[in-house]
Ligand binder design. Structure first.
Ligand SMILES: Cc1cc2nc3c(=O)[nH]c(=O)nc-3n(C[C@H](O)[C@H](O)[C@H](O)COP(=O)(O)OP(=O)(O)OC[C@H]3O[C@@H](n4cnc5c(N)ncnc54)[C@H](O)[C@@H]3O)c2cc1C
Length: 489
């Protein structure tokens, strides 16, 4: 059996390990942290269970397809519930747009806000669904080594539908006028890490999955999905080691010979690096073996970092939804402070989840489990004082906008920001979501999955193809394993 090492136990690392083990490889996953799942780890404190990273389960077909490849179903491992409402956007006190899980009800909601927009939404979604189908069948599951992978009859026929060269921002405005509807329609592409202006309209496929297919919740939280992959990996005899930091990829005769893990040297036939691409290249490899230079990375547009708070509240709250976006401030100003002139935002938008509304197991009885997230420019100077300042700001706005004053009822509070992303995940500039999916950073224009100089070294995860988010990371793990299997032997 050929021995393959996987660096990192995020979604991409775990799925690549499962794929390779299924193909008959002897696989070991090395994870630097004491727990698995990478950015999707779990925090447990005083009876509260928080998902530290992802909380929106979109694109359920990607999860289903992955498990089906291995003769399993997601329901063999976790219970998935569709949220109703899917989420809500608060624009002001008494001005909230609640997104129902039924598409017909969403059409009616649009119609109420802007006459004629219901029909337009139907049209928009038909096109978005088409993009999703073409994207999933012809574009996303590709290693993106060459443009020729994308040149085939279905793509050429579908090119007209894909709107690759139209900005998402312009595209949405062709359909809708009301500023609240525009904000709602622009929200799904924020998952891709760039502004709607810099995101190709192709990605309206995200609207299809988020607004029509719906938002799901795995019971126990997103970490249930991590656990399911760990279980599947163990069933396939993958070896998984925690507290195992890889400090060097050792090369001999232009091939990886071994890894240095906690100062021990272990031989492997091939390596898949699921840790952040920049870290792997700049810290684990000699300069002459790197695909990209430091200046290449400096020119990349990273997805945002984030300031997060995991908060346990000693009472039940009112007027909240499982997922709420607080869009009561100007999006463009905040986006400017993330992308154009990096700075701590003056008036940030923020997101809050209250998973205890759906799942009684994530907080003690009579209490609530809240996670707050403010997107930030990567690389900002991060200090306790700054974190505190923003926490106070958020609590104030939560109170003003929803009438929930929690300041005196907080029993658990942990924060997480740029420094933690750097320390815990070796994340370049403390990025949370990897590289943004702009047109210039899509498919063949993303950092390559294969090392150009070392035949048996591959990269996977949110900084390579297809991009940021859990479903893309799952796909990334699958594709890289196929690449290794195809190209190496
Ligand atoms: C706050 C937040 C919210 C998010 N929300 C959503 C959401 O709602 N929905 C969604 O779909 N996506 C969401 N995402 C994005 C999604 O979580 C990520 O895209 C995905 O989890 C990335 O997986 P990955 O395998 O590429 O990387 P990671 O999860 O970062 O895995 C890389 C692993 O490598 C390990 N590692 C690093 N260096 C070494 C080393 N030298 N040796 C050994 N191990 C090492 C790290 O510790 C880590 O475990 C969110 C992300 C964050 C941070």
């Amino acid at each position: 059996m050929k021995k393959v090492a996987v660096i990192g136990s995020g979604f991409a690392g775990l799925t690549s390990a499962i794929e390779l083990a299924s193909k008959g490889y002897d696989v070991t996953v090395f994870e630097k942290n004491s727990s698995l799942g990478g950015r999707a780890r779990q925090l447990k404190k005083d009876g509260f269970t928080f998902d530290m990273g992802p909380s929106w389960y979109w694109m359920p077909d990607v999860f289903d397809r992955f498990f089906e490849r291995h003769g399993k179903k997601t329901s063999d491992y976790f219970v998935l519930n569709k949220l109703d409402p899917g989420f809500s956007i608060v624009f002001d006190k008494n001005d909230e747009l609640v997104v129902p899980s039924s598409f017909d009800s969403l059409v009616a909601t649009f119609e109420k806000i802007e006459k004629g927009s219901g029909k337009k939404l139907i049209k928009f979604m038909e096109k978005a669904e088409k993009k999703y189908q073409i994207g999933m069948s012809e574009l996303v599951y590709k290693p993106s080594n060459s443009i020729f992978e994308f040149i085939n009859i279905s793509v050429l026929k579908g090119l007209f539908h894909l709107s690759i060269f139209t900005s998402f921002r312009k595209y949405v405005r062709r359909y809708f006028k009301d500023s609240r509807l525009i904000k709602l329609m622009e929200f799904p592409v924020l998952f891709l890490g760039a502004t709607p202006e810099n995101t190709p309209a192709l990605y309206s496929l995200m609207n299809y999955t988020g607004l029509k297919v719906g938002t799901y919740y795995p019971e126990g939280g997103f970490y249930s999905v991590v656990k399911s992959l760990v279980d599947l990996a163990l069933e396939k005899n993958v070896k998984i080691e925690c507290n195992a930091e890889v400090s060097r990829i050792n090369i001999e005769n232009a091939r990886v010979k071994s890894l240095t893990v906690n100062k021990e040297i272990i031989n492997f036939d091939a390596v898949i690096a699921g840790a952040d691409y920049h870290h792997v290249e700049q810290k684990l490899l000699d300069k002459k073996y790197r695909n990209y230079s430091e200046s290449y990375w400096d020119k990349r547009e990273l997805a945002p970092s984030s300031l997060l708070f995991y908060v346990g509240v000693n009472k039940k709250l009112s007027n909240l939804k499982h997922h709420t976006l607080f869009f009561d401030e100007d999006f463009d100003n905040h986006a400017k402070e993330i992308y154009d002139e990096p700075a701590w935002p003056k008036k940030p938008l923020f997101y809050m989840s209250c998973a205890s509304l759906t799942d009684k197991n994530v907080s003690p009885e009579g209490m609530e489990n809240l996670v707050f997230l403010i997107p930030l420019a990567p690389g900002l100077h991060d200090s306790e004082e700054m974190r505190e300042k923003y926490f106070e700001m958020i609590l104030k706005r939560l109170n003003q906008l929803t009438g929930n004053d929690i300041a005196e009822d907080i029993v658990v509070k942990e924060s997480y920001c740029v420094k933690d992303f750097e320390q815990d995940y070796n994340a370049f500039k403390g990025n949370a979501y990897g590289l943004a999916n702009t047109l210039r950073q899509t498919a063949i224009l993303k950092p390559r999955m294969r090392n150009k100089k070392i035949k048996n070294l591959f990269y996977t995860g949110q900084l390579t193809v297809p991009g940021p988010g859990v479903p893309p990371s799952i796909i990334s793990g699958q594709i890289v394993a196929e690449e290794l299997d195809k190209k190496l032997y």
